[in-house]
Ligand binder design. Structure first.
Ligand SMILES: Cc1ncc(COP(=O)(O)O)c(C=O)c1O
Length: 382
């Protein structure tokens, strides 16, 4: 039997009306919205001749990653070693680690997986990592593809100067056990710029910082095959610009309140719907009559705007936090507080850390619970 509410909900799979009967708090994936977003970005990428390497940091779930692969992804991006290895053990074989690693033990775990069939791409931002990955790959009897990590304004990891990128690329290309594959430049500060034109300007700035690096690499005979970056907020701009060869969008298949104000295509219309929801129940009412739910900061990551609350498909208010385990429904004017026992579907403030709080995601289609998928990499932020 599965842990937690998933164990109780398992018996409901496939039953008519099961979505409304689920035990809570339960993480939901609205299958229709998920598939629409999955197909929409896949199709846009195809039309633009661009690659997609969706980022699994948002969902940490092998079943979702498999569907992204089936929709044409080149591979799956991962933020951390633990997340990547969990997805490999769950059957994904084309995985890219988008952050440098400083531990030799972790590097050895990665190359050991490569020796067992993982098609691994990693990023490096300093020479010592080239040596460490090279030695580890040779010891494991395998090869690892390596990108030069570039900082185009995010201020996290990565080199900023063309000479540094060329030196790293040259070192990778000459290190036995490593294959030089290109560069990564993730413009993280661009993604959540609300206004499309402002985001376009910010993306141009990031690309302008990348251009001399690409020019330097080409001049040195180290033209990058892969130029990886971008996300949900910038994907259309990246498709237009054609500087990247692939986009690492993550949130698009789930969506959250943090992304809601971002005018993703500049049309004023939402492009990706809220496929990730948390289902909560009203457990009682406060002295002033507000409905109290069974979902607080242990069911929702709270680093974003408050969830919006739906009852029977109608938006009735928002959630204010009432403790780690509880929420307080702030109903809109003229709407009565929902009664005890009512099930409420809530959007999430931030999808990535919300997925990290749950062992399972309940896949719902229309009125039915269709499946329950494990979130294999949840809790693995090592
Ligand atoms: C390196 C990298 N690539 C891609 C993404 C995906 O971004 P988004 O969820 O905005 O699509 C992230 C998100 O933080 C990231 O860190």
């Amino acid at each position: 039997m599965k842990r937690g509410v998933a164990g109780l909900n398992e018996t409901l799979i496939g039953l008519p009306g099961s979505r409304a009967q689920l035990e809570t708090p339960a993480l939901l994936l609205d299958a229709e919205r998920f598939e629409t977003s999955l197909d929409r970005l896949a199709q846009l990428a195809r039309l633009s001749g661009m690659g997609l390497r969706p980022h699994a940091k948002s969902h940490k779930c092998a079943a979702i990653a498999e569907r992204q692969m089936a929709a044409g992804a080149l591979g799956i991006a991962c933020a951390k070693t633990g997340e990547l290895l969990a997805l490999f053990e769950a059957g994904l074989t084309k995985l890219m680690l988008t952050a440098p690693v400083s531990s030799r033990l972790k590097i050895d775990r990665l190359t050991a997986a490569a020796a067992r069939g993982l098609e691994l791409i990693v990023v490096v931002d300093r020479l010592e990592l080239v040596a460490a990955f090279g030695a580890s790959a040779r010891a494991a009897g395998t090869h690892v593809a390596v990108l030069v990590d570039c900082d185009t304004g995010l201020g996290r990891t990565g080199v900023t100067a063309a000479e540094e990128a060329v030196a790293l690329a040259r070192a990778i290309a000459t290190e036995a056990g490593l294959v030089y594959a290109g560069v990564q430049a993730y413009a993280g500060k661009v993604q959540h710029v609300f206004d499309h034109q402002e985001r376009r300007a910010a993306n141009h700035l990031a690309n302008a910082a990348l251009t001399p690096i690409l020019v330097g690499l080409r001049a040195a005979g180290l033209a990058p095959e892969i130029v990886s970056g971008g996300g949900t907020g910038s994907h259309l701009l990246d498709f237009e610009d054609g500087i990247l060869t692939e986009v690492q969008a993550g949130s698009y298949v789930l969506m959250d309140e943090g992304y809601r104000p971002v005018d993703v295509h500049g049309t004023g219309e939402p492009v990706f719907d809220f496929a990730m929801l948390v289902l909560v129940s009203v457990i009682g009412h406060s002295a002033n009559g507000e409905a109290i739910t069974d979902g607080g900061s242990k069911s929702f990551a709270v680093d974003g705007p408050p969830p919006r609350v739906y009852r029977d498909g109608v938006e009735i208010g928002t959630i204010a936090w009432a403790g780690d385990e509880f929420g307080r429904v702030k109903t809109y004017d003229g709407i009565a507080p929902p009664p005890a026992g009512a099930r409420l579907e809530c959007t999430v403030p931030h999808c990535d850390p919300t997925a990290n709080l749950h062992d399972f995601i309940h896949v719902v289609r229309g009125e039915r619970l269709e499946a329950i998928w494990p979130i294999e990499a949840r809790g693995l932020s090592d």
